[in-house]
Each structure stands twice: as structure tokens, then as C-alpha cells.
Design a protein around this ligand. Structure first.
Ligand SMILES: [Zn+2]
Length: 300
């Protein structure tokens, strides 16, 4: 029992992506934000939830934590009487898939192949001190895809496209092509340094490439739901991309000058990026992630 409890601590820590450790799910409120047309965003704790609501029923993108499932259901009910028909998982992390076992019996869960694979077994990251236990069967995706899949729902094509090696190796970005809305999953942290799960297929430069590719495809007036943070737009995603490019260039240059990670951390980042370290990933941690990601590449 004792070992089991200790093992839960890092999981709990990770679940608490909000800055405070002592997060009490009983106080979390689910906020509903209208995005565009029939698309909404729900914020509570963990990853932002995207919602399509209309005559065909309800489709959700990610589902936060199991203790919030009832509150998520209540928020959905306020948007429409339709049944939950599909659940999309943008990647395997527990703050995006925690309610899978509760919603899974109601509607099919869809994810990229690698995301499902990771959900079937225990996942861990030494860097972050995480351990994710295997997902119970009722919470596993029942439909998977390698490259992309489309769901024709509520009068539009919802395109789910896999982008390789960014936040993890099983990331999907969801394009609501009619409503002109994108859910980026964790390939976008709005105004914050992102988590990059290097031990489970993540890659800082891969994330940068993915974000650049997505920017090149999007119309100027698109609304963008980030994995974490406030509802954003193309300018917000471009700023995130510039942060990735510029902070990576700084670390790369210092590595070429044979500086150690400790030196790079001590020198820090320009003032412009200071506020980006106010989230889960502090500036020191971001520098370590970039350094480690670039070092991995140098080995190959
Ligand atoms: Zn994540």
C-alpha cells in the first residue's frame, strides 16, 4: 500500500498542471468559452477540452481528469441535449485522457496509433518524475489511425491529423474545417514554455517544425484552442513558434561554444521570454529540455 501511494505522488504532481500543488479537484469549476460557430472550449484542470455541439450530438477533444467527469457532463448538457458521440484524444497524457474510463462506455474514443499504444502500458518520464499507469480497458481508444482520420459531424469535416515527434510521438491536431477552429493538443501552450515529453517520443525541434507547418496551413481569422492556456489565434501561435525558434537558437549557440547546462541556466533567457516560465515549465526546466533534446540529436 505504501509503495502504491508513493508511486501516485508524481502522477498527482503531473495532474496538477496548475501552479499550485495542493490542487483540490472539488473546487475546480468547468468554464465554458464560446470559440466560433458550434465549437466551444471547456477549461477546468488539465488540458483544454474542445467541443462540437449540434444536430448530430456532441464530440469532445480530450477529457481532463476523472474526478471532473460529472462536471464536464453537466457543462456539456448546458450546451445541448444531444448525446456524446465521439471522444478524440490528442495524445496519451493523463491530464487529457483522465475521464476516458468514464466516457469510453458512452462513445468511441479515437486516437493516433502511438497514443493508444502508450495508454496500454505504464509510461514514465524520469525527467518529469511521472508514472502513468496503464489505462483501464474501458478507457482505451477503440479506433486508431496512423496519419489522419476525418469525422463528418455537425455539418463539417473534423480532420484529425498526426504530427510526428512534437510533444510526444502520438500527437494529433484537430481541424474543425467548417467552423475555422483548431485544437492544437499540447503542441501549443499559450504564453508558456511547453512540456516536451522527450522520453516518450517528444522533440523540441519536431514541435517547432510541426507548429510551423500548421501556421502555414491556417487562415488569418482562425481561432486556436491550445492544449493549455487561454483561447488563442494565429498571432498567438506565431508568437509561440518564435519563442521555440529563438530560445532553441540561444541554447544551440551556447552548446556550440561548449557551455554546460549549468552555465546556460545561470545565463538564463532574454527578458522577453521571462513570463513564459510562470507555468508548469520554469525557465530552468525549459532550458534543460531544449539542451537535452538538442543533445539527443547530436548523438544520432
Ligand atoms: Zn501533454
Amino acid at each position: 500500500m505504501r509503495t502504491r501511494f508513493l508511486f501516485l505522488i508524481p502522477v498527482f504532481l503531473w495532474f496538477c498542471t496548475a501552479p499550485s500543488f495542493a490542487q483540490d479537484f472539488s473546487k475546480v469549476e468547468i468554464k465554458t468559452i464560446k470559440v466560433a460557430g458550434n465549437i466551444y472550449m471547456l477549461q477546468g484542470a488539465g488540458g483544454n477540452i474542445g467541443v462540437s455541439v449540434g444536430p448530430d450530438g456532441i464530440l469532445i477533444v480530450d477529457d481532463q481528469y476523472a474526478p471532473l467527469a460529472d462536471r464536464i457532463k453537466a457543462a456539456l448538457k448546458k450546451l445541448g441535449d444531444g448525446k456524446l458521440k465521439f471522444i478524440l484524444n490528442t495524445h496519451y497524457h493523463g491530464d487529457h485522457t483522465g475521464s476516458n474510463p468514464i466516457f469510453g462506455p458512452d462513445a468511441p474514443i479515437i486516437s493516433q496509433t502511438n497514443a493508444r499504444k502508450r495508454l496500454t502500458t505504464e509510461q514514465q518520464s524520469k525527467f518529469f518524475g511521472w508514472k502513468f499507469p496503464p489505462m483501464p480497458k474501458e478507457g482505451l481508444p477503440v479506433i486508431t489511425f496512423d496519419q489522419s482520420v476525418s469525422v463528418f459531424f455537425n455539418g463539417e469535416e473534423i480532420k484529425v491529423i498526426h504530427f510526428p515527434h512534437g510533444h510526444t510521438d502520438g500527437d494529433s491536431v484537430v481541424f474543425f474545417t467548417g467552423a475555422n477552429v483548431v485544437h492544437m493538443g499540447d503542441d501549443f501552450f499559450q504564453g508558456r514554455f511547453p512540456v516536451v515529453d522527450l522520453e516518450n517520443g517528444g522533440d523540441v525541434e519536431g514541435m517547432t517544425r510541426n507548429v510551423a507547418e500548421i501556421i502555414s496551413k491556417l487562415p488569418a481569422d482562425v481561432k486556436i484552442i491550445p492544449g493549455h492556456g487561454a483561447l488563442s489565434d494565429l498571432d498567438g501561435l506565431k508568437l509561440f513558434h518564435r519563442m521555440l525558434v529563438e530560445t532553441t537558437a540561444i541554447v544551440r549557440k551556447k552548446m556550440k561554444a561548449h557551455k554546460t547546462l549549468a552555465q546556460i541556466k545561470a545565463e538564463g533567457l532574454p527578458e522577453e521570454w521571462k513570463a513564459w516560465g510562470a507555468g508548469y515549465i520554469k525557465t530552468d526546466m525549459w532550458l534543460a529540455l531544449v539542451y537535452t533534446s538538442l543533445s539527443e540529436h547530436a548523438k544520432h
